[in-house]
Design a protein around this ligand. Structure first.
Ligand code: AHR
Length: 498
């Protein structure tokens, strides 16, 4: 097939907020214990965190990591996780029905994250707790000293405040699975009062209100409208969460689900702007897509995991090649909404639905989805240009007129670099892409990266960590203001020009 793409410096959508490449570590399964933290491991540093795992994260350049949950936060007492480790209690974590020993808590996590160049997006518990616990945690983290909680932090060995800027007001509070689930009115009021108190403690913070847990929630859209009715002026972002999967083993239909993500973002923007109109507000709300990924491989098998274990193997999805394409399409979708989506967290980062896997005490490796995430974070910084794309379309079970190609264009003016990200979703047809780049006189292809596989179900494992890898290609060329490139059937492509 042939496809055409017009790239023009004048079609600017928005600057990419680097926090679009954020991630998430929850106290869940082996994400923390046996994942980032493994004191018995030969690679462990003095604090017990694995250096090899830290390096894999550092390579991606993850600007912000959401912590400590997720569902976990809705039953978490932050006080359990600070102070002398030997005095910390073990608790029943009701969210994942596991044992939480509290060996890692707020201070250790922040120190670890900052050590790998990431900031922390902290979530407060609005499930079992409320205004008081939230304001005290904020005081503990951000107040310089001279008060009970700030002095407690100093006594715990952290003289300087942590200066955590971005805070989530709870997690998925509409979900029946959530400890302390709330109605939209209950949550809206609580979030609004918590926001008020937190801003009095530290006016410099940013706040994220919970949107629906996913687009098919029965209260979807009404939830957002009702919550924002209470919180619009007090928060900076509204959260979106979504996970996709290929449970039906229908690749074409699966990959088309990036359209669902696109509709989801558009609908939430519409709700935000409706409340803006209703309240005659001058403020435009931004979106925090603070949980997104593929998650389906372990949904059934996890039901068999025995409760009350410490660090059980939970949510350890082993990602296929087609999952990497889906992650690539989701990244492209969010880039093309960079004017409103300012934060996005790949959920999660290590072991639990993660790009990085470890054996407790053993090896670490990169899953297939590591690569599109890496490429987007490395090369997707700058200004998003609106892609004017003309390509073939297909129909599948749940969608019609699905473009075979997904494309996003990022222009890094400072480095004089132009990057085209593209997924070819066609199962059989390669696409000859012709891009009009006449506005980029003198630009040449400096790198072409392609991920393909003869087997859509190919995976990377500890024993075969390199089964699915990106490779260099060399067919992309600029000629007379036109970039020509071949995008193979079922492929992830990164074409960099300078
Ligand atoms: O990321 C896994 C879980 O998915 C999170 O704890 C929860 O917020 C969501 O339902």
């Amino acid at each position: 097939n042939n496809a055409g793409l017009i790239i023009d410096k004048a079609y600017r959508l928005a600057e990419v907020d680097p926090r679009l490449y954020s991630s998430f570590i929850e106290h869940l399964g082996r994400a923390v214990y046996g994942g980032i933290y493994d004191p018995g491991h030969p690679e462990a540093d003095d604090a017990g965190f694995r250096r090899d795992v830290a390096n894999l994260i550092r390579d991606i350049g993850v600007p912000l990591i959401r912590y400590p949950g997720g569902n976990f936060v809705s039953g978490y007492n932050w006080e359990d996780g600070v102070g002398p480790v030997e005095e910390r209690p073990s608790r029943l974590d009701l969210a994942w029905r596991s044992i939480e020993p509290n060996k890692v808590g707020t201070n250790e996590f922040i120190e670890w994250a900052r050590g790998i160049g990431s900031d922390v997006m902290m979530a407060v518990n609005l499930g079992t707790r409320g205004v008081d616990a939230a304001r005290h945690l904020l005081e503990y983290c951000n107040h310089p000293g001279g008060t009970q909680y700030s002095d407690l932090r100093v006594a715990h060995g952290y003289k300087e405040p942590h200066r955590i800027k971005t805070w989530c007001l709870g997690n998925e509070m509409d979900g029946p699975w959530q400890i302390g689930q709330k109605t939209a009115a209950e949550y809206g009021r609580l979030a609004s009062e918590t926001a008020k108190a937190m801003r009095l403690v530290d006016p410099g913070i940013e706040l994220v209100a919970c949107g629906s847990s996913f687009r098919s929630m029965p209260t979807y859209a009404e939830w957002e409208a009702a919550v924002l009715d209470h919180t619009y002026e007090q928060v900076d972002y509204l959260s979106l969460h979504t996970y996709y999967g290929n449970a039906d083993n229908d690749t074409a239909n699966y990959l088309a689900r990036s359209l669902d993500m696109d509709h989801f973002i558009r609908e939430i923007i519409a709700v935000c702007d409706y409340i803006k109109a209703k309240q005659r507000s001058r403020k435009t709300l931004h979106l925090s897509f603070d949980e997104w990924n593929v998650w389906f491989h372990t949904l059934e098998s996890d039901k068999q995991v025995a409760p009350w274990q410490h660090a059980p193997e939970l949510l350890e999805d082993c990602y296929t090649f087609e999952d990497a394409l889906m992650v690539g399409s989701m990244l492209i979708t969010m880039l093309n909404h960079a004017d409103r989506v300012k934060i996005a967290c790949l959920a999660q980062l290590v072991n639990a639905i993660a790009p990085i896997m470890t054996e407790t005490g053993g090896r670490a490796w990169k899953q297939t989805i590591y690569y599109p995430y890496l490429h987007a974070s490395l090369y997707g910084r700058g200004t998003v240009l609106v892609p004017v794309l003309n390509c073939e379309k297909y129909d599948c079970k749940d969608y019609t007129d699905v473009p075979q190609l997904d494309t996003a264009i990022v222009y890094n003016e400072a480095q004089e670099e132009l990057t085209i990200f593209a997924v070819n979703k066609s199962l059989v047809e390669s696409n000859k892409l012709v891009c009009d780049v006449r506005g980029f006189a003198g630009y040449r292809v400096i790198e072409q990266i392609v991920m393909t596989s003869g087997d859509v179900k190919a995976v990377n494992t500890a024993d075969a960590p390199d089964s699915v890898l990106p490779h260099r290609a060399h067919d992309a060329k600029v000629d007379d203001g036109r970039l020509n490139a071949v995008l193979p059937a079922l492929s992830w492509n990164v074409i960099r020009l300078r």
